[in-house]
Design a protein around this ligand. Structure first.
Ligand SMILES: Cc1ncc(COP(=O)(O)O)c(C=O)c1O
Length: 480
């Protein structure tokens, strides 16, 4: 069986067929062949299907691949506008196949020499583009959640005033971070993991544009100090998850400097906009952050997961984990840049930078600039259409490619939140478009993340028409 499993000829044959299958799939998506972009299914029925399939004595790999595609979300279809999941550039996916096979897990340099060097080159490339000067350094992690935790662990070690990593949390002043009320949950989760608890997450309310309200920073900071908290960090969104809003990073950076706080920017979704001419202004101030997280698998066309954690002062990236693992790291717990395990949660790590490197070399900066500008433009176009259409309401003016809206039929007197949630349920059943739902100021809205650069204005018009038709047909039964 082992010889069979490692047969190079079989790999070649199946591989060619798989690439053909995927290329045809991409063509179908590009040609907008009708398909359920989110195949309707129920979790239990899905488990039953695969449990039964597993009992089936016959197994055909290509048939399995085909079925898997059919039962999955079709991210590459222009009608997919659900979550912040990028349709990866196909050659990045191909590069990932190579990574999977050569499998140089890269805890330390010796385990993945080329991948380790490539990671460093990719990080420097990105650091320059967000305006970090030569002192910057960083690490790639598997995802923005791990990235935010990694950055905030460094913030805690640097700003808490003692060696918390070795000594543990002291019983004196509780530590806290100040975050936008709209921060991604991975930020508060990181704070809880670090033992700060709920009181350690000081939320700063947002203004009518859904940005962190910087006019409240001083008052909230003083109140927290009076309550005995030691605030160590301020976290900004670039941009927020729910509405895609960018926080006023310059003002936040000023505040952080004034109070000696660590300034972290969660740019998982939108930090890469700093690379573009048209939308760079949204990220103004990001270059003053102490740490920045950017997901390549959100706005940089890379398969999940690949996240950059960048430190303006690169030395701090060695503060995160002071732990020694003598058999892995160079003598005396010293952590040279090339033994990445000293700076991430992960020990074995995928060759994360390789597919990014391939994209940079294949297409240059232009690819990312064009992608971000095209999808952000699309968000603005959708908002402009919505503003002109009677009955449609925008939750907030979008900064980029995340747009929240709803439709209120004329003479509708019922609960608009219930109607909107019902419309979204019907959209899921219809399955021609994938649209999600969010809550903005306690109000329910439909939410689209326009991640596919091939989504057209016509696609958006068709989606809006479907929303309107569904809302009008449901309104009668929900009218108060
Ligand atoms: C602003 C923000 N930060 C962090 C994350 C978490 O990133 P990941 O899904 O890569 O863990 C997300 C995910 O949606 C996000 O929108």
């Amino acid at each position: 069986m082992l010889n069979h499993a490692f047969d190079p000829e079989e790999f070649r044959r199946e591989g060619h067929q798989l690439v053909d299958l995927l290329a045809s799939y991409l063509e179908d998506c590009r040609e907008e062949k009708p398909m359920a972009v989110l195949p309707p299914s129920d979790p239990e029925a899905m488990v039953d299907y695969w449990a039964n399939d597993m009992k089936n004595p016959g197994f055909d790999l290509q048939h399995f691949y085909g079925t898997l595609i059919q039962q999955s979300n079709h991210i590459h279809h222009p009608h997919y506008m659900g979550h912040q999941v990028v349709p990866p550039a196909p050659l990045a996916a191909l590069t990932e196949l190579l990574e999977a096979l050569i499998n140089n897990g890269m805890a330390i340099y010796e385990m993945g020499p080329a991948a380790t060097a490539i990671e460093r080159v990719v990080l420097r490339w990105l650091a320059e583009r967000i305006g970090f000067a030569g002192q910057a350094d960083g690490i790639l992690t598997s995802g923005g959640s791990a990235g935010n935790l990694t950055a905030l662990l460094a913030a805690r070690q640097v700003k808490c005033g003692y060696n918390i990593w070795d000594e543990g949390v002291r019983a004196d002043k509780p530590l806290a971070i100040m975050v936008s009320a709209e921060a991604h949950y991975s930020i508060s989760r990181a704070a809880r993991i670090m033992g700060m608890g709920e009181t350690g997450i000081v939320k700063v309310p947002v203004n009518s544009k859904m940005q962190l309200d910087s006019s409240l920073l001083e008052e909230i900071y003083n109140k927290s100090s009076r309550q005995g908290l030691k605030v160590i960090a301020l976290v900004g969104n670039a941009c927020s998850t729910s509405t895609g809003t960018f926080d006023p990073l310059e003002e936040m950076a000023d505040f952080a400097v004034k109070h000696g706080l660590w300034f972290h920017v969660d740019g998982a979704h939108g930090g890469a906009a700093a690379m573009t001419e048209k939308y760079r202004h949204l990220c103004s101030g990001i270059e003053r952050a102490d740490s920045v997280v950017i997901d390549f698998h959100k706005m940089m066309l890379t398969p999940a997961l690949t996240t950059a954690v960048l430190f303006r002062n690169g030395g701090y990236s060695y503060e995160t984990f002071a732990q020694k693992a003598a058999y892995l790291l160079e003598g005396n717990g010293q952590k040279p840049w090339f033994d990445g395990a000293g700076r991430t949660l992960e020990c074995t790590k995928k060759m994360l930078g390789v597919k990014v490197y391939a994209l940079i070399r294949l297409y240059g900066d232009q690819l990312f600039r064009e992608y971000i500008t095209t999808t952000f433009d699309l968000g603005h176009s959708l908002a402009a259409i919505i503003r002109k259409k009677e009955g449609f309401e925008l939750a907030v003016e979008p900064d980029g490619n995340i747009v929240c809206f709803r439709f209120r039929p004329v003479h509708f007197k019922g609960n608009i939140n219930t109607l909107t949630a019902s419309v979204r349920k019907k959209l899921l059943e219809d399955a021609r478009f994938y649209v999600v739902q969010t809550s903005v100021n306690g109000q329910t809205y439909l939410r689209v993340s326009l991640m596919n650069p091939f989504t057209t204005i016509q696609n958006l018009d068709t989606m809006l028409q479907l929303v309107k038709t569904l809302a009008e047909s449901l309104a009668g039964s929900l009218n108060g």
